[in-house]
Every structure is written in C-alpha cells, then in structure tokens.
Design a binder for this molecule. Sequence first.
Ligand code: PEP
Length: 254
Amino acid sequence: MTKDRKLIIAGNWKMNKTAAEAAALVAELKRDLAKVKEVDIVVCPPFTALSEVSKIILDSNIHLGAQNMSEHARGAYTGEISAEMLKEFSVRYVILGHSERRQYQKESDELVSKKAQAAHAAAIKPIVCVGEKLEEREGGLTEKILETQVRGSLAGLTKEQALETIVAYEPVWAIGTGRTATPEQAQSAHAFIRGLLAEIFGNEVAPKMRIQYGGSVKPNNARELMSQPDVDGALVGGASLEARSFCGIIFNSI
Ligand code: PEP
C-alpha cells in the first residue's frame, strides 16, 4: 500500500524487559526486519536498556525512542532524565504524554508541550499521545477532548517543529484492553486531528505530519488500520514485547 507519508511503527515496551531481555529482543528484530525499508521502525525500551539496545541497532534500520523525558535541560530534578542524556544513546524519538503518564503522573497538556519543546531543542522527535477515555467517547466528547489535548500539547511549536512531530491517537479504552478502535473510528479521529493540525500549523504542514494509531494493535488488525487514509503508523504496546507479533504488525502493514 502506498501513502505519501512514510509509515512509522513504534514499540512501547513500557516497564518491561531488563537490559539483557531487551538486548535479546532487539537482536531478533534486527535480524527479522533487516530488509524493511517502507516503514520507520522505532523501539522504546525502558531507560535502563537504552545503552544496550543502542549498541545492537547501530547500522540497522531500527531507531531508538525513549518513553519519557524531563522538560528541563539539567539541574536539581531527582530521578529525571534530560534530552541531552538521551542523545548520548542516539535516541531519535521520545513518547510524550502517554495516557498512563497522564493518569498516574498527572501529566498535563501544558507539561507535555514543554517536554515537546525540550525534545525539539535537542533534535529528538516527540511522539505526542492524545486520546479520549471510554466515558468521554460515550458522552460524545471525543472531538472536544482531542481538540483540547492537541492544541494544548502542541502549543508553542513552530511549523518546522510540527513537521518533525508525530501525533499518536490512542483511545484510552483501547490501550491494553484487546478492544481496538474500528478502522472507521480510527480514521474519523485521525481525520479530525489532521483538520486541527491544519488549523494550527497550516495546510502546507498538516498533510505532511504523521499520525499513529495506538490501542491493541495486533498482526491481525494492522493491515486494515494502516490502510486508512489518515493512519500513518502504529504505537504498539503489548504486541511489541515479542519479535513475532511486532514483526507481524510491520509485515502486515506494508
Ligand atoms: C500503548 O500503551 O501505547 C498501547 C497502544 O498499548 P497496547 O498496544 O498494549 O494497547
């Protein structure tokens, strides 16, 4: 399937995999995905495995992402990791504003936008997550929530930075539940988000920005989801923890 925008499929390993386990998984991915050129492939291990994984994927078609970073450049922020520290391991992407961080760490759109600006300042591409909860969808609030999150989380970015930003639409009710959005639901949300991006960044920029879908993506639903006109890739949680399922998603998407 051909699209103007190159697909980007990222694995969010969350708080899984020791450094040794991460090394074993990425070695399998490197071998099995070596011929893939049609997709930007990204793995996002925990911080503690970035060093190991970065060594293994040198000279491969797999890029490294982190799952979070500080909005600050340096200083007295115990337990935080800066963009500059991520750059040491050749991190090219960072997931920001994942719904789990919005829920458990109470991350706000304002904080996410500060982190996105800090990521860009270090030439790391942010993957900015947005998505409605089940009760919000059922209450007819999906578009209102998406508008608030997209405008708030991308606030302050320039057009140039927007082009280097990935938006991940992740309906919270589909994350880790096995209940995926239908291709029609995903397409409708993605088209809405692209319309917002056009309002914010202009008609030149929005058609070039990539919008990933995330929420129970598996090898057996990837093809239909990825073939939607405004779906430009996937952010994969559970199915990225095994080479077979992550590779299956990638092969079924091209
Ligand atoms: C995620 O956490 O970003 C995610 C999409 O998880 P899963 O694929 O397990 O639903």
